[in-house]
Design a protein. Sequence first.
Length: 94
Amino acid sequence: ALSSPLFFVLFFVFRIPVQFIQFGFIDEQLQIPFLSVAGLCWTFILSVAAGSAKSYNSSEEQIALQENAIEGARKDQPFGSTVSTSSFSGAPSR
């Protein structure tokens, strides 16, 4: 996860040189495209710094979750049993 102090450090390390280059060396007509590319780069930096939003379980936790799901399914419905469809006629009731 991206902490606040790290965010501010990254922001100033990136933004100050970008602004210096923009106002010092980039022609006025090219400043908007330059800032657009810089914004894309900043988004990439934030994405990499933040890491994955998905939580990964350890292999032991994952195996335990799968075993619990299998056991729960076995308790709910015995092996080889079928679901009865006799109560469904397919026609709307009146």
